[in-house]
Design a protein around this ligand. Structure first.
Ligand code: NDP
Length: 471
């Protein structure tokens, strides 16, 4: 067997790469990991973690208001963006340092350099030109925000990469895109004090999520003061003094201080040398892998957002771990990408697992829906008009829970626990047999007795159009 410098070379020290490197080193493999930016990757440095810190910051806006209903007198609060940015920076630097220490403790060699692939077993470190040979290569370079649509002046806009560290708080913010990032930042900045306008090409926010939840998030954004404009996109951006003037389709104009483009992310594969090594990618540059994260080149693997399977941190971590288990721990398990619980951190937040109502109705012959919408207990005294919405989607034939969707305080936390039940194959009867925790919002999940709707698919050859057989 050829002698290589390392057993595993990981490109990218984000969630997936770090996990794979540490677990592999734990099995005794000689591991090297290269990172061109900061250790921790998107999630830790400019994604999930700083975003959640900003979500917490934004929610004090509601807490100060709610407090009055409980007897508190709160003086007019004020907010200091630069203090939040500094506190956030301190925390992510701490986390990045922990990632580094953990890698070092496990014996992983860290190289702070861009690494590019030369061939199936060779990499070049761009910082010093050094060549390293590896028995296996793992590409875990994540994704990068796109600046689309391609309009004149788009270079004046920012992406989620820049928004965390803006030197000046944007009093007027235009958000382009109604996906995860668009709605989360619209919710955050509206609460921190920006006048936020959100424009999107579709009719509603959060395509792919359950319709009732999409409507709930949109209404909550509007309630928070966000101007949500559907079917509208920027066509050009011009500087106007210190401000930016945006021309929108339908000839309208808006003047803002910053424009956040949140129209998706692309796999970060450009210039990595993948073509040279013969690695097959799809048309958006995502690396094609099999169920075990192996590319068409035997020695090259890829995990996380760079494969565009399910662009979520915990998925990347699981894929990285499974890969190290397989390569060095003699455990071969394919990661299951179904029933992945997820949360959108608007306020209130959205927690979800499994199929939406529409997806279930497209697949199953009989679908039962249990839907509840109520004012949470806290809102009775605070006067906050916010509603909690919960929906359980059930297979009407087997009673199996197909999906659960929650919009309300703590929905992300609930989705995590529900993930266990749904992954274990729980039925509606199991939910009904579970004792409630009182008084909580989550108790509604085990006390919804009355079905809201049942959808039965017409049998083939039978009344495809209701009533036709009666003619
Ligand atoms: P999303 O794919 O979630 O949303 C993209 C938005 O931009 C949609 O509204 C989409 O519209 C619109 N869009 C896409 N392309 C264009 C275009 N060419 N012109 C105009 N509008 C366009 O992407 P995000 O950037 O919000 O997030 C990227 C990914 O990051 C997410 O998919 C998710 O995997 C991950 N993420 C996860 C988070 C979490 O777990 N809480 C938080 C943040 C990000 P349409 O609906 O019409 O397609």
């Amino acid at each position: 067997m050829a002698d290589y410098d390392v057993d595993l070379f990981v490109i990218g020290a984000g969630s997936g790469g770090v996990r794979a490197a540490r677990v592999a080193a734990g099995y005794g493999a000689r591991v090297m990991i290269a990172e061109e930016f900061r250790i921790g990757g998107t999630c830790v440095i400019r994604g999930c973690v700083p975003k959640k810190l900003m979500v917490y910051a934004s929610r004090f806006h509601d807490e100060f208001k709610d407090a009055a209903g409980f007897g508190w007198t709160v003086p007019e609060p004020s907010f200091d963006w630069s203090k939040l940015v500094a506190a956030k920076e301190k925390e992510i630097s701490r986390l990045s340092a922990i990632y580094r220490t953990n890698l070092e403790k496990s014996g992983v060699v860290i190289v702070e350099s861009r690494a590019e692939i030369e061939d199936a077993h060779t990499l070049v470190l761009k910082a010093d030109g050094r060549r390293v040979t590896a028995r296996t290569i793992l590409v875990a370079t994540g994704g990068t925000p796109v600046l689309e649509p391609d309009i004149p002046g788009r270079e004046l806009a920012i992406t989620s990469n820049e928004i965390f560290d803006l030197p000046v708080f944007p009093n007027r913010l235009l958000v382009v895109g109604g996906g995860y990032i668009g709605v989360e930042f619209a919710s955050v900045f509206a609460r921190l004090g920006s006048k936020v306008t959100l424009v999107q090409r579709g009719e509603n926010v959060l395509r792919g999520f359950d319709e009732d939840m999409r409507n709930g998030v949109r209404d909550a954004l509007i309630h928070a003061g966000v101007e949500v404009k559907a079917g509208l996109l920027p066509t050009r951006i011009d500087r106007s003094g210190d401000a930016l003037r945006v021309t929108l389709t339908k000839e309208t104009e808006v003047e803002v201080d910053q424009i956040l483009i949140a129209t998706g992310r692309r796999p970060h594969t450009l210039g990595l040398g993948l073509e040279k090594a013969g690695v097959v990618m799809d048309k958006v540059g995502a690396i094609k892998v099999d169920a075990f994260s192996q590319t068409n080149v035997e020695s090259i693997y890829a995990v996380g957002d760079v494969t565009n399977r399910l662009a979520l941190t915990p998925v990347a971590i699981r894929e990285g771990h499974a890969l190290a288990d397989m390569l060095f721990g003699n455990k071969k398990v394919a990661v299951n990408h179904t029933n992945v619980a997820t949360a959108v951190f608007t306020t209130p937040e959205l927690g979800t697992i499994g199929l939406t109502e529409d997806e279930a109705r497209a697949i199953y012959d009989c679908v039962d829906i249990y839907l509840a919408s109520f004012r949470p207990l806290k809102a009775t005294l605070s006067g906050n008009p916010e509603k909690t919405v919960m929906k359980i989607v059930v297979d009407g034939q087997t009673d199996k829970i197909l999906g659960v969707h929650i919009l309300g305080e703590g929905a992300g936390e609930m989705a995590q626990i529900l993930g266990i039940a749904v992954t274990a194959g729980a039925t509606k009867a199991d939910f009904d047999a579970t004792m409630a925790v009182h008084p909580t919002s989550a108790e509604e999940l085990v006390t919804m007795r009355t079905r809201t709707a049942r959808y039965e698919r017409p049998q083939q050859g039978k009344d495809e159009i209701p009533g036709v057989a009666d003619l």
